[in-house]
Design a protein around this ligand. Structure first.
Ligand code: MG
Length: 234
């Protein structure tokens, strides 16, 4: 199995800085194993930017399972706050995926960034959002139609940097030639719907797909930072 990925990140049209981080920073190809990730920082001023950057760097450098990488990234945020107490309260989402040599992708995930699988024209969200509205939806308190306009739609229930011990979702997905994967920050999926995301993923190359997503999210208002990684499985 071989993988070909493209990446894009953009400040959007409202925010003054880009608090999202990602890895890798450039397009590439590999036969695996390769780690790709998206992190969406929060905390105001430079704190959010710093949280996602610190978590990304540590997750990439750390050894061990994906879960151990996310735990290491979480602790890195606490170490950074020890050094720079003015950053207290910063946090980040982290959606980390390993493109395996064995026709399987594995992921570890905290927060409301997303991983999707696009196969045979159908888009499926692989990760579960750790948000208040996703929880309401599971309980049936609100309908899917109410999510987009719900006042608490951006309130997340889990993030790195909040507690030394965090609950991390993990899973794996078998992949086959022709599949495409998308990792993105909520600046993509809050601004454009799944049908529109699927149309972007259907374009000829991962490079076209990522930049189409950024353009559409900006055209829809660009209310948040926009980050996307599209992986093609060959
Ligand atoms: Mg965001």
């Amino acid at each position: 199995m071989s993988y070909h990925w493209a990446v894009a990140t953009d400040r959007g049209r409202i925010r003054t800085i880009n608090e999202d981080s990602l890895h890798p920073l450039t397009s590439g190809r590999s036969d695996g194993p390769t780690v790709v990730l998206v992190a969406d920082g929060m905390g105001g001023h430079i704190a959010g930017e710093r949280a996602s950057a610190v978590a990304t760097q540590r997750a990439v450098e750390a050894k061990g399972s994906l879960k151990e990488r996310v735990q290491a990234a979480n602790l890195a945020i606490f170490e950074e706050i020890d050094q720079r107490p003015e950053l207290a309260g910063m946090g980040t989402t982290l959606t980390l995926m390993e493109l395996g040599e064995d026709d399987v992708v594995r992921y570890a995930h905290v927060g409301d960034s997303r991983a999707y699988l696009y196969r045979d024209g159908e888009l499926t969200q692989i990760t579960t959002d750790h948000t208040v509205v996703a929880e309401y939806l599971r309980r049936g308190t609100i309908t899917p139609e109410e999510v987009a306009t719900h006042p608490q739609r951006s309130l997340i229930t889990r993030a790195l940097g909040l507690q030394p011990d965090i609950e991390i979702d993990t899973g794996e997905e078998p992949v086959r030639s022709g599949d495409r994967l998308l990792l993105c920050s909520d600046g993509v999926n809050v601004m454009i719907d799944d049908g529109s995301i699927a149309d972007s993923l259907d374009l000829d190359t991962p490079e076209e797909a990522v930049w189409d997503l950024v353009e559409k999210a900006n055209r829809a208002g660009g209310h948040d930072n926009i980050t996307a990684i599209v992986v093609q499985v060959d």
